[in-house]
Design a protein around this ligand. Structure first.
Ligand code: ZN
Length: 299
């Protein structure tokens, strides 16, 4: 069978696929003591179940250039590592490694049977991936479609984790919501407790709480702006919204659509904006499609 492996900061999710269907999945701890332990822990857990492994697709949180991880956000010990080579030492089957956000985009695109999509993950920050003509756009440094770092703001000037100011991520995603709530808390009335989640903010925004609605309004406005700009460049046809915050569902999607149309040039106004389908399984699916297609191409 083919396997899709989604390596995260604390756990690695492993999915077994047959005829494009996820038929089994489990998790192992992401071993951070050494590269060897990380690799062997994953490979051994698959070997235990399957003696006829056809290939492994693997996604990691990090940029990949020429198969080498240049910078990993959560797993710094992988910086400078050729992970593909490390896995090939442990098991002699076809292996391919990909950036996690790009992998999620590929999973959602292939699952929806779409060749051109932008995928946006609204989580702690704002991640993204882009599939063009069925292929993931990786770019020169593996940083293609880093939509979270498009410059969209000259008013708030919140500092971004990347070192810049005014990135989309400073106003969208969990960090963005917290920035905006902090900024307006003293000037706008609210029922929002001091300890809150993004879901609390969106729930109150639905009820027109002034502070919560302001944060929601800026969030969806700037996301609409960024998506309109990216659409003018690449005409993706479909924008897929995922990540934990996308659980806000239609309320969120409808406001993103309205704001997208505010900024979009006429020829891309028919772009569909939809919710992601695969949830936390997107990484496993993307990694699976990646390796399956690669093996098929080589046959
Ligand atoms: Zn940034």
């Amino acid at each position: 069978m083919y396997y899709g492996v989604d390596i995260g900061g604390t756990t690695a999710k492993i999915g077994a696929f047959k005829n494009d269907k996820l038929i089994d999945s489990w998790q192992v701890e992401t071993q951070v003591e050494s590269l060897e332990k990380l690799v062997n822990n994953i490979v051994d857990s698959i070997k235990e179940k399957d003696k006829n492994i056809l290939g492994l697709g693997i996604d990691v949180p990090g940029f990949i250039k020429d198969n080498v991880i240049s910078s990993s956000a959560n797993l710094h010990f992988l910086d400078g590592v050729n992970l593909e080579e490390a896995f090939k030492k442990a098991i002699n089957v076809p292996i391919k490694v990909i950036n996690d956000a790009n992998c999620h985009a590929l999973g959602e695109a292939k699952y929806a049977k779409l060749d051109n999509i932008i995928f946006v993950a609204l989580g702690t920050g704002v991640g993204g991936g882009f599939v063009l003509n069925g292929q993931v756009l990786e770019g020169a440094n593996g940083a293609g479609m880093e939509i979270g770092h498009i410059h969209v703001d000259d008013k708030y000037n919140f500092r971004c984790g990347c070192g810049q100011v005014g990135c989309l991520e400073t106003l969208c995603g969990q960090k963005g919501v917290h920035n905006l709530v902090d900024y307006y808390r003293n000037s706008l009335a609210t029922k929002l407790e001091v300890d809150y989640t993004v879901k609390d903010v969106f729930d109150l925004a639905r009820g027109n709480d002034p502070l919560a609605y302001k944060a929601f309004e800026v969030f969806t406005d700037k996301l609409g702006l960024a998506l309109a700009n990216v659409s003018a460049l690449f005409n993706p046809g479909t924008i897929i919204i995922g990540g934990g915050i996308s659980q806000a569902g239609d309320f969120l999607i409808n406001h993103i659509k309205t704001n997208f149309l505010k900024y979009a040039t006429p020829v891309v106004r028919d772009t569909k904006i939809i919710l992601a389908s695969l949830g936390s399984n997107a990484g496993m699916y993307g990694a699976y499609y990646l390796i399956k297609d690669l093996v098929k191409e080589q046959q």
